[in-house]
Design a protein around this ligand. Sequence first.
Ligand code: NAD
Length: 308
Amino acid sequence: MDRLNNKVAIVFGAGPNIGGTIAHFLAREGAKVCVTDVNESAAAAAADFIRARGWEAMSLVGDARNDADVQRIVATTVERYGRLDVAVNMAGRVHWDDVLSMKLDDWHDSVASFATAGLLTTQHAARAMLACGAQGSIIHLLSTAAHFGEADGAAYCAAKAALLNFARSAAMDLAHHGIRVNTVTPCSMEHQLWTTMRDEMFDPNWQPPARRGFYSRQEYLDQLPLRRFPRASDLAWATVFLASDESSCMTGADLPVDAGLRFKYPTWTPGRHDPRDINDYARATKVTRYGEAQENLTDLLGDPIDRS
Ligand SMILES: NC(=O)c1ccc[n+]([C@@H]2O[C@H](COP(=O)([O-])OP(=O)(O)OC[C@H]3O[C@@H](n4cnc5c(N)ncnc54)[C@H](O)[C@@H]3O)[C@@H](O)[C@H]2O)c1
C-alpha cells in the first residue's frame, strides 16, 4: 500500500470506470491524486470516493482537448500538492461510423480527444515535472483499436494509433530528462458489458444488426485466450506499476492488458484444436512445386512422424 508514497498524480478522465478506478488505486498506494474530467460531477464523485476511504484527493473540471484547461489543471495541482510525478490520460469520446458516412466533426473530435489530448497532457505534465525536478511517469490508456483496423472504427483506431506513436516519440524526447512515457492497451472491458452493450446481446437468439462492427459478448469472449474480459482493476494494477519506481527502466513501452488477445494467432480460436493425427494431416497435404501439385507430404518426409 505504499508503492507511490510522496508522489503526486493527475488522472485525466475520471469517471467511475477506468479513470476512477486508476485514481483510487494510485491514492491507495500513497499518491496524492487530482482527478479531472470534463464532467464536473464525475470528477467530484471520484475524489469524494477516494477521500471517504481516507486517502488524499482533489477534483478539477476541465477538457483534456483544451490547452488552457490542461495548463490550469497542472498548475493548480502543483500549487496544491507542491509537485507532479505522475500523469495518467484516458479522456476522450469514441465515434463509431463507417468511412463512407463518417462526419468530419466526429473525425476531428476523435483526433482531438485522443491525439491532441495526448500531446497537451504530456506537454504540460512534463514541463511541471521538469520544473520540480521529478523523474516523472506519464501513462496513456490506449485500446486494441490502436493496433488493429476495426469495422466502423476508423476514427477511433486512427486516433488511438496516433496516440500510441505520439507516446513512443514523447518517450524519446523526454528520456534524457528522466521522464518516462508508456501506454496500457486494454481490449473490450468487463464494465463495457453493463454500461454500454445492450441487454439483447445476452440473449442467445439475438441477431446482431447489419452494422459490421457489432458482435456478441460470447463471440468476443471466444477470442480471448484467458477467457475473461479485463476489469478496470486489471488496468489500475498495470498503471500503478508504470507510475511507480518499479518500472524505472521502462519507457516507450506498451503493456497489453487484454487476456492474450493481441498476441494470439489471429485465425486460432482458443480451446479449438484439430483432433486429427499429424500423419493423417501430412498424408492429406499436397506439396506444390513451381505452382503445380506434386507428391503428398508423407512421400516427401519418408517415415511417419513419431509423436511418442
Ligand atoms: N470501456 C472499454 O471497453 C474500453 C476498451 C478499450 C479502451 N478503452 C479506453 O479507456 C478509456 C476510458 O474508458 P471508460 O470505459 O472508463 O470510459 P468512460 O466513458 O466511462 O470514461 C471516460 C471519462 O472521460 C471523460 N472525458 C471524455 N472526454 C473528455 C475530455 N475531453 N476531457 C476530460 N474528460 C473527458 C468522460 O466524461 C468520462 O468520465 C478511454 O480512453 C477508452 O478509449 C475503453
